[in-house]
Design a protein around this ligand. Structure first.
Ligand code: ARG
Ligand code: ASP
Length: 710
């Protein structure tokens, strides 16, 4: 009996391998995985997917501006990614007369494509396992710090010695909590221009209400292009640059989709933590997430009340609201998903299986007390984690005035620690960013948020980290004083301040009511919270590394997928619906019909453009759909996370069938615990993307640039 239970636990933990593979390192595609994919319909070989020596799919996948993914879809460097990934760039080109967010943007020639200073994309040309070379020369008895120092030294040496071209970089990343290391040969292209974007009524349809949800009807795409120098190499922006030339680009499949179709997601997932012990997940769900949810709910409620009364504020705060709401909503879904899937129980079961394996396989006895160690550390960790999360949410992420204080704080530190040249450079950069922070800003809203957040801080900060200068009975007065007198709330004064030399600058901020208030808290953070956090984190990390190694040993002969760490991965699956709750089944493909069902004229989330309504009325969808119904979004079983946005969804022939952009709410706990029953990724159908480019943007030149396969 016990044995059967263990086998079950084991299979559950493995996510039932037969049906999909998760976040695989492309250079590690085993024969076994390739044949599993082929059983599901794939015709791809390992070489088609990744090859360091010849053109393969990896050469057509890019990390987009550090946080998203994109794909090349033409011989002239045309990129598809999500609308929400290109949002800031689209917004930066928008003015009152040319509102590209609202109305969309369709360049009709290379000359009309718009440069975006600071934007970059990265190709991965080669992936190499360098574990042995990174972990060499480490004394087994050395302490964590000494070990880390040697690892760092080895990494630095390798970065210099691994072969590469002048225009390439070497990045070395840790996998399996430091048990493995891989080197990536990357190329960063820095002249990236905006080519096209749909109106937000398409690109952001459903906005916050539909975010993380199915059924979904968003056309979440935007289009960019890589420019290169005359030798096709990376270069800073120049009007002389030319479109990047490549034979590595996706052809596009117009074939209709159906449930059961195989697909592959190729992209840059940011972070997952699938191998935490049960006690860590419990802490996240019971302590950390509730604190963050509560903080953000406070902020969102205040924003919403102002936004609903005032249209100017609504416009100013829409993007901010969306950013804060995104993870607020995700954490709520994550908590429900952990409970609904019984993840903590299942993890505990796995832990007893693990211990039994340690005994039967006679593994290192240090494994036997690892869960006691975790229990103790996570108990000690509790208040520190809480304090850190409250501090970051309150002082850094959700209030503009307090965030400005950080810029001034950094400048002051820079002057103290470094040369005056650094101060001048940073000051110039900050002056620009801080000026920008007043564009979508309203003093009343920010002040109301400040008051609410300070009350929250006074009430919830664990005693050890409480700031004694904060008395809940005078927060209103304090806020009144700060918002009236501080440079942090005064655009002109702040601009003037950021032109002063360092001495004068410091003299002024040291007398400023807002800055001096914030500084005592920032000092608390750097002097108390952060050191405590680092201290305990390094202990937890070293046990997590041991535990991870143990998991790999107990599950030998089975692939164990490394957590996401921002590096290139593939994840495969099939198009498939799901059952979110009893007696409810969600079909995996949504249609334009559903957009019309959700249509609320004039609404900021559910308005629909007249052009799309006409296409719907005339069923004018050909050649992108010949059935009279136009697919919009679809669901699949690929394991994805933040950073996978914009990733190509690729069919069995290696053609592009969609762009990944989200996950379903019931499955957002996949970052901690992947449950194949309810975890689904959401993609926009490439046929819908083409329909919008062709019949709403009338941008035929873009259609002609791509290769469409009927
Ligand atoms: N939930 C998706 C992701 O995490 C899409 C987010 C788009 N942004 C938004 N705030 N609605 O990134
Ligand atoms: N929306 C996410 C992103 O922007 C994707 C996800 O979390 O599933 O990367």
């Amino acid at each position: 009996m016990r044995r059967i239970v263990y086998i079950l636990v084991f299979l559950l933990f493995q996510g039932i391998l037969a049906q999909q593979g998760r976040m695989i390192i492309p250079s590690e595609l085993s024969k076994d995985l390739i044949s599993r994919m082929q059983e599901m319909g794939s015709k791809l070989t390992a070489d088609n997917i990744y090859s360091p020596n010849k053109t393969s799919l990896n050469d057509a996948v890019i990390q987009f501006n550090g946080g998203c993914t994109g794909e090349i879809v033409s011989p002239e460097g045309l990129i598809l990614t999500n609308h929400h990934c290109g949002y800031a760039a689209i917004q930066s080109h928008s003015t009152f007369e040319h509102n590209y967010i609202k109305d969309g943007f369709w360049s009709k020639s290379f000359e009309e494509e718009l440069p975006n200073p600071g934007m970059y994309v990265s190709f991965v040309r080669k992936i190499e396992d360098v574990t042995e070379r990174v972990l060499t020369g480490i004394d087994k008895d050395a302490d964590t710090r000494q070990k880390q120092a040697i690892i760092q030294k080895n990494i630095n040496r390798l970065k210099k010695s691994l072969p590469k071209q002048d225009w390439q970089d070497i990045q070395i990343k840790s996998f399996f909590n430091g048990n493995s290391y891989y080197a990536f040969t990357v190329e960063n292209y820095k002249d990236i221009r905006l080519v096209a974007a749909p109106p937000s009524s398409i690109g952001k349809f459903g906005a916050d209400t539909d975010n993380w949800m199915w059924p979904r009807h968003s056309g979440d795409f935007s289009i960019f292009r890589i420019y290169a120098d005359k030798n096709n190499r990376p270069a800073e922006y120049s009007p002389d640059n030319v479109p990047y030339q490549t034979d590595a680009y996706f052809k596009i499949s117009l074939k209709p989709k159906k449930a059961g179709d195989f697909f592959l997601i190729y992209g840059f997932p940011g972070r997952t933590k699938e191998y935490l012990p049960a006690v860590a997940v419990q802490q996240k769900v019971e302590i950390i997430n509730p604190a963050r949810i509560k903080t953000r709910k406070t902020v969102l409620d205040i924003m919403k009340s102002y936004m609903s009364k005032n249209d100017t504020i609504k416009l100013q705060y829409t993007a901010k609201y969306a950013r804060i709401a995104n993870y607020w909503k995700k954490w709520i879904g994550e908590n429900q998903g952990i409970k609904g899937s019984g993840a903590i129980e299942k993890k505990k079961n796995f832990e007893s299986y693990f211990l039994s394996q340690v005994k039967t396989k006679k593994m290192d006895p240090e494994y036997l007390n690892i869960f006691d160690k975790f229990d103790k550390l996570y108990q000690q960790n509790r208040d520190i984690e809480l304090a850190r999360n409250y501090f970051i949410e309150i002082f850094y992420l959700n209030n503009d005035l307090l965030k400005r204080a950080f810029y001034l704080y950094n400048l002051k530190q820079t002057y103290r620690q470094k040369a005056k040249g650094d101060f001048d450079k940073l000051q110039k950069k900050y002056a620009e960013q801080l000026a920008g922070s007043f564009t979508n800003y309203n003093t009343d809203v920010d002040k109301a948020i400040f008051i609410a957040l300070m009350n929250l801080y006074a009430k919830n900060m664990p005693d050890k980290y409480q700031n004694t200068s904060l008395k809940s009975d005078n927060i209103d007065i304090l806020a009144g004083n700060i918002y009236q007198n501080s440079v942090l709330n005064n655009q002109k004064a702040l601009k003037k301040l950021l032109k002063k030399g360092p001495k004068k600058f410091i003299e002024i901020i040291n007398k400023d009511t807002g800055y001096t208030f914030a500084e005592t808290f920032i000092n608390d953070y750097y002097q108390k919270i952060a050191p405590d956090y680092q201290n305990i984190r390094s202990k937890i990390n070293s046990f997590q590394k041991i535990y991870m190694k143990g998991i790999q040993q107990t599950l030998n002969n089975r692939p164990v997928y490394p957590d996401a760490n921002g590096t290139l991965r593939i994840s495969y699956g099939v198009i498939k619906g799901y059952e979110p709750r009893d007696a409810v089944y969600y079909y995996p493909i949504s249609h334009v019909k559903g957009i019309i069902e959700k249509y609320i004229p004039g609404d900021y989330e559910f308005d629909v453009s007249q052009k799309l309504i006409e296409l719907y009325k005339n069923k004018d969808y050909k050649p992108y759909s010949n059935t009279g119904e136009m697919p919009v979004d679809f669901l699949g079983t690929a394991h994805t996370t933040g950073g996978n946005s914009g990733s190509p969804a690729i069919n069995s022939e290696g053609e592009l069938i969609g762009i990944n952009f989200d996950r379903v709410w019931e499955g957002t706990m996949s970052d901690l615990y992947y449950d194949q029953k309810i975890c689904r990724n959401i993609m926009v159908d490439i046929n819908y993307v083409l329909l919008v480019i062709d019949k709403i943007g009338n941008d035929k030149r873009l259609i002609d640039e791509m290769i469409l396969i009927k």
